[in-house]
Ligand binder design. Structure first.
Ligand SMILES: Nc1ncnc2c1ncn2[C@@H]1O[C@H](COP(=O)(O)OP(=O)(O)O)[C@@H](O)[C@H]1O
Ligand SMILES: [Mg+2]
Length: 205
């Protein structure tokens, strides 16, 4: 079994972290080496960028500049963590990746999307499989707001914004149906997990 790059996408509260933890347990049980990581972040340098990006007072950057900072963080993460792990035949499980930039920044600016895609194209990496956990934004937002976190900039935009995000994620999934698997997040934890594991087993075969 060679290295596999798996990313998870979806609006806040849809269950990404929960499913990533279950998947990590699944690989641990199989004695398959894996790296669990997240964006924005995943390296010391990228985490510094993440801190600034998710802060309330972030220097009033334009969406385009914000997107480029996300891409800088991603480049550090890809160079230092993702590529080395894949080359070492490990499984990489990443909480959010490029699709989140396309959705969160791209939704606000076509130029931000264009700039990000240009840079991404040069990074020479793409997930082998992406799980989009799709669900009712009202339920997801309730779940997200019930968690304790100070990184609530995006979540604070509210339900209308979450609905737009959901739609944009679904549009990307339709466009890249060979890579992105839409999973219904309204199901029980175990149900969602089973579907994810079945897809990964199919991919490995
Ligand atoms: N399928 C599910 N059914 C019910 N509750 C869930 C489900 N998946 C996740 N949760 C709960 O919803 C909240 C948000 O889940 P989380 O995994 O943190 O979402 P995300 O990482 O996508 O923001 C958590 O409190 C989690 O326990
Ligand atoms: Mg999470």
């Amino acid at each position: 079994m060679k290295g596999i790059f798996i990313s998870f996408e979806g609006i806040d509260g849809c269950g990404k972290s929960t499913q990533i933890n279950l998947l990590a347990k699944y690989f641990a049980k199989q004695k398959k080496s894996f790296v669990k990581t997240e964006e924005p972040g995943g390296t010391e340098g990228a985490n510094e960028i993440r801190k600034i990006l998710l802060r309330e007072n972030n220097f009033k950057w334009s969406v385009e500049t914000e997107a480029l900072l996300f891409m800088a963080a991603r480049n550090d993460h890809v160079e230092k963590v993702i590529k080395p792990a894949i080359e070492d035949n490990k499984v990489v499980i990443c909480d959010r990746f490029m699709d989140s930039t396309i959705v969160y920044q791209g939704m606000r600016s076509p130029q931000a999307k264009k700039l990000s895609l240009l840079l991404f194209d040069q990074m020479g990496i793409n997930p082998d499989i992406t799980f989009l956990i799709d669900m009712d934004p009202e339920i997801a937002l309730d779940r997200a707001l019930n968690r304790e976190t100070d990184e609530d900039r995006f979540e604070n935009y509210g339900i209308k914004f979450q609905r737009q995000l959901r739609k944009n994620f679904l549009d990307i999934a339709k466009k890249h149906s060979e890579r992105i698997k839409i999973i219904d997040g309204n199901q029980s934890l175990q149900h969602v997990a089973t579907q994810i594991m079945e897809s990964i087993e199919t991919l490995i075969k």
